[in-house]
Design a protein around this ligand. Sequence first.
Ligand SMILES: *[C@@H]1O[C@H](CO)[C@@H](O)[C@H](O)[C@H]1NC(C)=O
Ligand SMILES: *[C@@H]1O[C@H](CO)[C@@H](O)[C@H](O)[C@H]1NC(C)=O
Length: 282
Amino acid sequence: MSNIISLILFLLASIRGTSAAALPWWKPARDVAPVQKQMVETVYITKTTCDTTTFTYFPTSTSTTSPALPFSAQDITPTAVPPPPPTMTEPPTLLTISLVNSHTAAISTTHNSNAGAPPPASGATEPGTLAAGATAAIAVPTNWAGIISVNDAQFPVSDGNSLIEANYQNRSIEQYAIADLDVSYVNGFTLPITCSCNGVGVTGCNKDLFSLGSCSVPTKAGSCHNPLRSNTNATAPDPFFGPCQNAAYTYPSDNRANSQNECQNGQIVCCVGTSCPPSYKQ
Ligand SMILES: *[C@@H]1O[C@H](CO)[C@@H](O)[C@H](O)[C@H]1NC(C)=O
Ligand SMILES: *[C@@H]1O[C@H](CO)[C@@H](O)[C@H](O)[C@H]1NC(C)=O
């Protein structure tokens, strides 16, 4: 008797066809849909720009770890960059990225290294806070790439933070590392950031966008989401982000904000707040 039941079940399973072949035979078809939907969403997250990915690896405000970034250096490094200036020099072994809090209150920071990148050689990289007026620094080796995310410390970590994106890739053309960085508001905006090298503000924008315009997608985490965060076709910023166009990334291909070869002395000083030195691009 049990053999006959097994045979009937086998035949039923066979009749179900190839689309359900990977599923147990007893799964009704209606159970399939949520699985497929979830897969589609996963693909969407991994294929879009870093802002959406940020959402996946900063899931809660209480996270105390810095998981590896699930995307490559190309995803966070703009591809269309100006040609290198002729006076390129071999940099020091370590690239130092300092963060100065010139905001009126404490800021919260998170650091993330790109998947596959060597970790920072020194400096605190756990999520933490930096008091008003305080400075912190990390030193990173050749082939490091990653992100520093900044918000006012009164708010939880957000997926729409102002970002510092940097990498120190050893390129085959030069055979040494090139300091490449930008300030990005492509995810969203929390606080103004500018970064300087040799005393020159090379990327970023020291304007407080909240005081200059109206945010169309405000969040409870004190950030303004950028509505163009995954629109690779955009050629102009959302009006809220307009005052910082060309200086910080205000849409995915706002590539003039990128700084390359301007920090070959290996010292980047990034500053948070409206009293920071402006970049020459704003
Ligand atoms: C960069 O790569 C070249 C080989 O392409 C190697 O000779 C050189 O030592 C590397 N430099 C650093 C700083 O890793
Ligand atoms: C960008 O443009 C391409 C080609 O016109 C189009 O297929 C794609 O849907 C557009 N993407 C967005 C986000 O508008």
